[in-house]
Design a protein around this ligand. Structure first.
Ligand code: COA
Length: 187
């Protein structure tokens, strides 16, 4: 009944309409949006679900930067979101199916640290846990208590004290080429 595939450029209008319907016009005020401002999504990881009535769900990923405020090093990570399912079909498993597919696809491509701002009651089923005891702030000082992470056991822990920043070419340019997203780089 539903098919899952990589988002196409032609999906953009329908995705915007769906996000407006699910989150409302105030969605751009969320801290996670400040991390996406002026940054392109990782398009190869962004998936949609299509149903009989058209686009039914969307999940997107963005690059982001974690700055360790003690060592003043930065590392790259992936930011999951938004994830939204058409209210008409919420609760029928589409969100979970889409999220599992997208997370496993990202990890298969070498992204070993995924962060998100969301409800622990929902995202714990995908292996996300609150970043605590790390203290990681978000732009504008908002929503930090809802920050969650899923990462490879081989990666070092998140910084004890850090901040999330929008991805920038400057920080990324200093990164050592690696499939190990999460490696610290000095800045
Ligand atoms: C949250 C959302 C993505 C889930 O997708 P879905 O297809 O509706 O849900 P699924 O069928 O995959 O999963 C249903 C389960 O999720 C739970 N759930 C849904 N929203 C939840 C929330 N905000 N917090 C905790 N659990 C939630 C349901 O209680 C249900 O639990 P169960 O499996 O124990 O019965 C979807 O409902 C949605 O778009 N909601 C509005 C936007 C949103 O909250 N997005 C997530 C950002 S935090």
């Amino acid at each position: 009944m539903f098919t899952f595939d990589i988002e196409r450029i032609s999906d953009e209008v329908d995705i915007t309409l769906l996000l407006d319907k699910v989150f409302g016009p105030g969605r751009h005020e969320k801290a996670s949006y400040a991390l996406r401002e002026g940054v392109d999504p990782v398009s190869s990881l962004c998936l949609v679900a299509r149903g009989p009535s058209g686009l039914a769900a969307t999940i997107r990923f963005w690059p982001t930067i974690v700055r360790d405020l003690i060592t003043n090093t930065v590392s790259e990570a992936l930011l999951l979101g938004p994830l939204a399912v058409d209210p008409d079909i919420q609760g029928s498993g589409v969100g979970s199916s889409l999220a599992f597919r997208a997370i496993h696809s990202a990890e298969a491509k070498g992204y070993q640290r995924i962060l998100l701002v969301g409800d622990p009651g929902y995202y714990s089923r995908f292996g996300f846990a609150p970043v605590l005891p790390s203290f990681i702030t978000l732009p504008g000082g908002k929503d930090a208590r809802r920050l969650m992470v899923r990462q490879s056991a081989s990666l070092p822990s998140l910084p004890a004290v850090g901040t999330l920043l929008p991805w920038s070419a400057q920080a990324a340019a200093q990164s050592i080429p690696t499939d190990n997203a999460g490696m610290a780089i000095a800045v």
